[in-house]
Design a protein around this ligand. Structure first.
Ligand SMILES: Nc1nc2c(ncn2[C@@H]2O[C@H](COP(=O)(O)OP(=O)(O)OP(=O)(O)O)[C@@H](O)[C@H]2O)c(=O)[nH]1
Length: 385
């Protein structure tokens, strides 16, 4: 026998969970400044959920005008904010317009419905909207996670969102199958208690999923910071050496690779004449120009100063020569525009491929370095093998 105290206790547990989640997301946004917009949106989603359920539980105690319609609108707002928070975490774009439209549309639709007695149409609108909003968020997460193919962030992380979308859709369908069940969170029925348990699990699952996505985003950012050169956003020396070692391990299993070593010409002169900031701008410009020459599988790294290296997997010396020549022509074609004056740029290139007998990638790098030295000796702005 289910008692009213049981359902009220369950409702209180959900309200407390959502309220606690609100505080946690607020702290993340305002104190820790972690994914602030997405965290604020999640705080809003939880606050709306907590408020909606509180109003629902006070039906009859407070006037209907203060409980029924606002409670339903807040429920939709909670799912709309959740749906907006997912892309905000993954892509930093907060799609607030669709969320606002969804809330406004359901609010208006429910305003046209009578409140009192049978309120199953309101349930259908809230559940249907929630199912659609969470499904769209799930699809956004699935697509983004599949495209970025993160090792630690598999696309399956979007599954809880699909599950919750399905549950919300089923809740709407259920109102057609069981036409006698009026939606009252305090109703002491087994079905209602079951729904409340489901709502509690849903609250915890959704917050855990979103928190995990935020965590993954942070880890991804830290990993990027650890492996990138801050000025040019190419791989730093350590990360590039790791990539080289891996390429050499593959070479032992039969996969070729080549390297292109790049060194800007007369860079000291540029620095001394136009200043360090101009030197930085030249490095930046060169990398930006050369990026389109490399494939997604290639690795572009900064070895130090004005010296860079590109690792070309599955490429021999002829392929490396083609890439290097294209790069040389590109750098030479565009001067640095600095304080209304043009400064001619060029770079020298040394290329080498992995050969049998190379004990490590360092041997390949040493040959490319020797070739680069010859390119400089030849007068610069040339490719040497
Ligand atoms: N602006 C800027 N300069 C840097 C950076 N790293 C190293 N340098 C400078 O790059 C210059 C490299 O000078 P050199 O090694 O003599 O080479 P170069 O002048 O290009 O001469 P060649 O290579 O023989 O053509 C030095 O003056 C360094 O201080 C950087 O991140 N930014």
């Amino acid at each position: 026998m289910i008692t009213p105290a049981q359902t009220l206790t369950m409702a209180a547990a959900i309200i407390m969970s959502a309220a606690t989640a609100t505080l946690v997301w607020l702290s993340l946004a305002l104190l820790a400044r972690i994914a602030p917009r997405a965290s604020l949106t999640m705080a809003g989603a939880n606050a709306c959920a907590a408020l909606s359920l509180t109003l629902n539980a006070t039906r009859g105690v407070l006037p209907d005008a203060l409980t029924c319609w606002p409670a339903d609108v807040l429920a939709v707002a909670s799912f709309a904010l959740l749906g907006a928070a997912v892309p905000a975490i993954l892509t930093r774009h907060l799609p607030w317009k669709p969320a606002a439209i969804a809330v406004a549309m359901s609010g208006l639709a429910m305003l046209a419905l009578p409140y009192g007695g049978d309120m199953r149409w309101q349930t259908r609108i809230v559940s249907g909207m929630a199912a659609v909003l969470v499904f769209v968020a799930g699809m956004a997460a699935w697509r983004h996670l599949s495209a970025t193919a993160g090792r630690r962030t598999p696309a399956s992380l979007a599954l809880p969102l699909f599950l919750i979308s399905l549950l919300m859709a089923l809740r709407g369908v259920d109102s057609f199958i069981h036409p006698g069940t009026a939606p009252d969170v305090r109703a002491p029925t087994a079905l209602n208690l079951g729904l409340l348990w489901l709502a509690l699990v849903m609250t915890l699952l959704l917050n855990a999923t979103l928190a995990f996505l935020v965590l993954m985003r942070l880890i991804h950012r830290i990993e990027r910071l650890l492996e990138r050169d801050p000025l040019t956003d190419t791989l730093n020396r350590r990360a590039f050496d790791q990539a080289l070692e891996q390429a050499h391990a593959w070479f032992r299993r039969g996969r070729a690779y080549a390297v292109v070593m790049i060194d800007m010409d007369r860079f000291k002169q540029l620095n001394d004449t136009l200043g360090h900031a101009a030197g930085d701008a030249a490095l930046h410009q060169m990398v930006r120009e050369l990026q389109p020459c490399v494939r997604e599988v290639d690795r572009f790294g900064r070895l130090g100063g004005e010296e860079f290296c590109v690792l070309l997997p599955d490429t021999g010396i002829a392929g490396a020569a083609l890439v290097a020549e294209r790069m040389r022509a590109l750098v030479h074609a565009t001067p640095l525009r600095w304080l209304e004056q043009d400064w001619p740029l060029s770079a020298s290139f040394g290329i080498a491929e992995a050969e049998r007998g190379d004990a490590s990638a360092n041997a390949v790098l040493a040959r490319a370095d020797a070739a680069l030295y010859r390119a400089k000796a030849q007068g610069r702005n040339v490719v040497q093998a």
